[in-house]
Design a protein around this ligand. Structure first.
Ligand code: DC
Length: 208
């Protein structure tokens, strides 16, 4: 069983993916962390973000069991991840890694930007989570404040919109909903409501 969840930053897809994986007893991979881990390794070694060969070599050494969102959540790592995500060779390497993960029994929930379109086009269920930019910026600001990092709403909103632009407009595997994805607009939902809506979608696909 493979569940693919795509969507823009702060759409709720990560929390949904984690909770769905626990609910159905599946593995979970936040594919954003694979791009972030490569970006973090390049930044730490002062290597250029635009050198495809260096990025690919770094990706080959990734250990998926050691990806830590707390360490990789830094803003500058997210920015760098979005920049290196335009490199086709790097994407190929990471997609192979992600597919291998998805094939491990009993199956997995993967979340990212191109899971339903590129990584797992044959996923059993595809969800595309969205929420208005203002709502997503509000969530991100609250999240940052909870971590004791004061955040400016307008700056967070501008950052999100810039990242959406870059992720949606790149030529290789841009952020977009697969044709057969179920859209889940979480703007008006708290996480519990969004989770129940996602379970209803997955269960209804399985009841067919
Ligand atoms: O979901 P995130 O913020 O951790 O992702 C960081 C960046 O990685 C995002 O801006 C674009 C890139 N990414 C991608 O191109 N494809 C994915 N499947 C996941 C993330």
């Amino acid at each position: 069983m493979i569940i693919a969840i795509d969507g823009p930053a702060a759409s709720g897809k990560g929390t949904l993916a984690r909770r769905l994986a626990a609910h159905y007893g599946l593995h979970h991979l936040d594919t954003g962390l694979t791009y972030r881990a490569v970006a973090a390794a390049l930044l730490a070694r002062g290597l250029p973000l635009g050198d495809e060969a260096v990025a690919v070599a770094t990706a080959r050494n990734l250990d998926l069991s050691r990806l830590d969102r707390d360490v990789l959540s830094a803003h500058e790592i997210g920015e760098a991840a979005s920049r290196i995500a335009v490199l086709p060779g790097l994407r190929e390497e990471l997609v192979q890694l992600q597919r291998r993960f998805a094939m491990e029994p009993p199956g997995a929930v993967l979340d990212g930007r191109d899971i339903g379109t590129v990584v797992c086009p044959d996923a059993d269920v595809k969800l595309f989570a969205t929420a208005s930019p203002r709502e997503r910026a509000k969530r991100r600001t609250t999240e940052l404040e909870a971590k004791g990092k004061p955040a400016d709403f307008d700056k967070v909103l501008a950052d999100l919109e810039r990242r959406d632009q870059r992720d949606a407009n790149r030529t290789v595997a841009p952020l977009k909903a697969a044709e057969d994805a179920h859209l889940l607009d979480t703007s008006e939902m708290d996480i519990e409501t969004a989770f129940k809506a996602a379970v209803d979608i997955v269960d209804s696909v399985y009841a067919e």
